[in-house]
Write a protein that binds this ligand. Sequence first.
Ligand code: ADP
Ligand code: ZN
Length: 618
Amino acid sequence: MVAFFIAAYCIANERYPMEVTPHSVLEHTFGYSEFRGQQEAIVNAVIGGQDALVLMPTGGGKSLCYQIPALVRNGVAIVVSPLIALMQDQVEALRALGVKAGFLNSTLSAQEIYDNEQALQSGTFDVMYVAPERLIQARTINLLQHSQIALFAIDEAHCVAQWGHDFRADYLRLDVLHREFPNVPRIALTATADTRTRQEIIERLALEQAEQFVSGFDRPNIQYRIHPKDKPRQQLTKFLRQEHDGDAGIVYCLSRDKVEKTASWLQAEGFEALPYHAGLSAEIRAYHQRRFLREDSIIMVATIAFGMGIDKPDVRFVAHLDMPKSIEAYYQETGRAGRDGAPSTALLLYGFEDVVKLRQMTSNNEGSEAFRRAEQERLNAMLALCELASCRRQTLLRYFDDDLSKPCGNCDTCLEPPKTWDATEAAQKALSCVYRTGQRFGVQHVVDVLRGENNERAKQYGHDQLSTFGIGAETPQQEWKALFRQLAALGYLDVDREYGSLLLTESCRHLLRGEKTLELRKDTKTTTKRSKRQAIEIDHEDLALWHALRQCRRRLAEEYGVPPYVIFHDVTLQNMLHLKPNTIQQMLEVSGIGDAKAQKYGHAFLDILREYEYKGTD
Ligand code: ADP
Ligand code: ZN
């Protein structure tokens, strides 16, 4: 009897060296001492067999929400992700933690697929990443039916939203999971916040029974800045040189052509910039993405084709040289900065031509009238955000039904409150000039008429005879243009989709009649800037050691063939610098170092730390 107990005990202990609880996995595997926000509740729900819908901002810590249940529940967790190019890195990151992970997608050979499938069935894996198009094949479903499944995680779940810009048709068929595996818990995760998308996820993935976990959407470490364009290239280089020298970041442009030109120009200026857009071959895209992930200070110049799921934690800035179509897109794109929680910047430069271009794009779009109107409204909200004179973050969060009671103190309007002015009279002049010239001209001509310039062209149309000719001569051209941009942004003017001529809208009536006044923000030169500081702040006397630790990380990354952040994140290295552990046991105290990483990489770092301690006492 006793022997039986001992044997049973040994078997149990061989498989589970300690009691496997969510907290022990958090600590020993991931090296973190506490759960963040709603993580614990989510983890417990899934472990308990419940479905969950998780809406959490980028960097919030979504991955642990399925990775911990994967290790606590019996069987393998199947993670559906559209991001084939990233699966390898995700799997390597898990393996570095000692988790048995694999993936199934089209980048593998037939033999590798076969091997992974066999291993899956025999219960070798804890976590398996699968591309959606593969998952929905009858063959894969059949395979899964003969395996023990711990859970299904549907990452980037907003890909089911048909009008969203990340739509993947294969995601629509993921409801098969519900039908074929009614007893396996499913957890859907996304960083997309709007309620419409949330509703679509619930309906299409049959998640009516799922518990919903909606986190606050604030990203306090990101500084939001929106400035009018004024020689954008110079604005950008100044920003890069003064504030983000040597940092990794993303520069978004609207068109492929502009991506190419901007990347070449940045290279000529001495930056390590690479282009990324859907017109490049798959190999080049993969190569550029790989360099971005594996090197420390690449600037990726890209269209929106780049970024979904990029979980590089140390992206220090996201700059937009063109305005995004909606606040959802803007928030998602800027959200790629600062996943590690360290200070980061989101800079948007925008001008009148953005307003024109986007208005034309929305009206050219195929689709129902209702869809077009919804798109217009999203654009209007984005434009209003740009012209805002109060805290940007408060407005952003309110857009996602999330409240911030006080101004944030970390956006351009908080840091440098803009001056406003009574623009009523100037707006009346501008709008009546549009009216008098017949709503047939673009902004340049109307401004010329207001300033009484370019007489030849004005004469040609008889505009030199108008009452508005020259009534704004004292105001500089640039200021008139800014006013037109603001009037268009705020919906007083529309832009003809074919010719770009300015059109009056219904809402100018009150303004023209003097029944309404208009307060606008004054355009200023881009002066707001964070005083130059490192995102990760290091004391001066620790600087040499810091560089040595980073050097050690780079060496290990090359040796293991993984990105440096898979070894340790910057914040982990920073914590190591702070604690200066002397032993492997002390190494485990460092946030982000669990058992496997301590064993695998700990000694290399201890050597460095000891060497410097010795130097320090010299
Ligand atoms: P998301 O997928 O939501 O964008 P991740 O899962 O990539 O976020 O997590 C973002 C960062 O936060 C990662 O560096 C991760 O290691 C870290 N992190 C997650 N949970 C915790 C925690 N409980 N304690 C400390 N760091 C955490
Ligand atoms: Zn603010």
